[in-house]
Design a protein around this ligand. Structure first.
Ligand code: ADP
Length: 237
C-alpha cells in the first residue's frame, strides 16, 4: 500500500518538470506597489514545449525568473525536478541552476573567438572539464537536431542570426538540463529565421526528449509550442 503511494508520487514528480503553487511577486511598496504575480498555480509537464505568452507587463518574465530560480518569489513555492527552490540558499541555487536548468536569451551570447563547436562544448569544459568522444558525439547529435551540424567549425560572425541562436540552444542543451528556459528567443530574428529556430526548438523536444519553456509576446511563436500558458495581470488567464 505504502509502496503504491510512493510509486504514484514518484510518477507524478517525474511527469512534472516544474510546478508553482500560490506564486506571488510584489515589487515596491505602498503607492508604488506592483503585483507582478498574483497567485500562479502551474504544472509544466516533462518532455513538452510550453509557451508562456501574454501582453507586455502581464508577468511573463517575472514568472520565468521565479520558475528558473533567478528571482525569489514574495510568496508561494516553486519545485523543479522535485526540488523546492525556496529551500536552497544562494550558493545551492547557483549549483542547482548549473546542473538542472539551461537558458537561451534574445541575444545569442556566443563567444566570438570560439567556433560553434567550442561554444557548444564550453559548459561541459567549465563543468567537469572533461570532453571525451562520447560527449563530443552527444554534442554532435544535438547540433544535428538543431540543424547546425555543418556549421560547427564556423565562428559566430560567419553564421546567420538564426544559426547563432540555434548554436546557443545547442549549448544550453549539451548539459542535458531538466528544463530549458528560452526568453524571447526569436526577438532579434526576422520571421524566416524565427520559424527555423522555433521548428528546431520543437525538434529538440521531440527528438531529444527535452523540456522547453519559452517566454514570448509573439503569438505566432507561441503557436509552435505543445501547450500555451497565457498570462494576464499577473495571473494565468
Ligand atoms: P512581461 O514579461 O509580461 O512584460 P514583467 O514580468 O516584466 O512582464 O512585469 C510584470 C509587472 O511587474 C509590470 O507591471 C512591470 O512593470 C513590473 N516589474 C517587473 N520588474 C520590476 C522591477 N524590477 N521593479 C518594479 N516593477 C517591476
Amino acid at each position: 500500500m505504502t509502496a503504491d503511494v510512493t510509486g504514484a508520487q514518484r510518477a507524478t514528480r517525474e511527469a512534472v518538470a516544474v510546478s508553482a503553487r500560490g506564486l506571488t511577486k510584489t515589487y515596491g511598496r505602498g503607492d508604488t506597489e506592483v503585483r507582478a504575480l498574483n497567485g500562479v498555480d502551474l504544472d509544466l509537464p516533462r518532455g513538452r514545449f510550453t509557451a508562456i505568452t501574454g501582453p507586455s507587463g502581464s508577468g511573463k518574465s517575472t514568472l520565468m525568473h521565479c520558475l528558473a530560480g533567478l528571482d525569489q518569489p514574495t510568496g508561494g513555492t516553486v519545485t523543479v525536478a522535485g526540488t523546492d527552490l525556496g529551500a536552497l540558499d544562494d550558493d545551492a541555487l547557483t549549483v542547482f541552476r548549473r546542473e538542472h536548468v539551461g537558458f537561451v536569451f534574445q541575444s545569442f551570447n556566443l563567444l566570438p573567438m570560439l567556433t560553434a563547436e567550442q561554444n557548444i562544448l564550453l559548459p561541459l569544459e567549465l563543468g567537469s572539464g572533461r570532453v571525451d568522444d562520447a560527449i563530443r558525439e552527444r554534442a554532435h547529435g544535438i547540433a544535428e537536431a538543431l540543424g547546425v551540424a555543418d556549421r560547427l567549425r564556423h565562428r559566430p560572425d560567419e553564421l546567420s542570426g538564426g544559426q547563432q541562436q540555434r548554436v546557443a540552444i545547442a549549448r544550453a542543451l549539451v548539459t542535458e538540463p531538466d528544463l530549458l528556459f528560452a526568453d524571447e528567443p526569436t526577438g532579434n530574428l526576422d520571421s524566416a529565421a524565427s520559424a527555423e529556430v522555433l521548428e528546431h526548438l520543437r525538434r529538440s523536444v521531440r527528438e531529444l526528449g527535452q523540456t522547453v519553456v519559452m517566454v514570448t509576446h509573439d503569438r505566432a511563436a507561441a503557436a509552435y509550442a505543445d501547450d500555451v500558458v497565457t498570462m494576464q495581470d499577473g495571473r494565468i488567464a
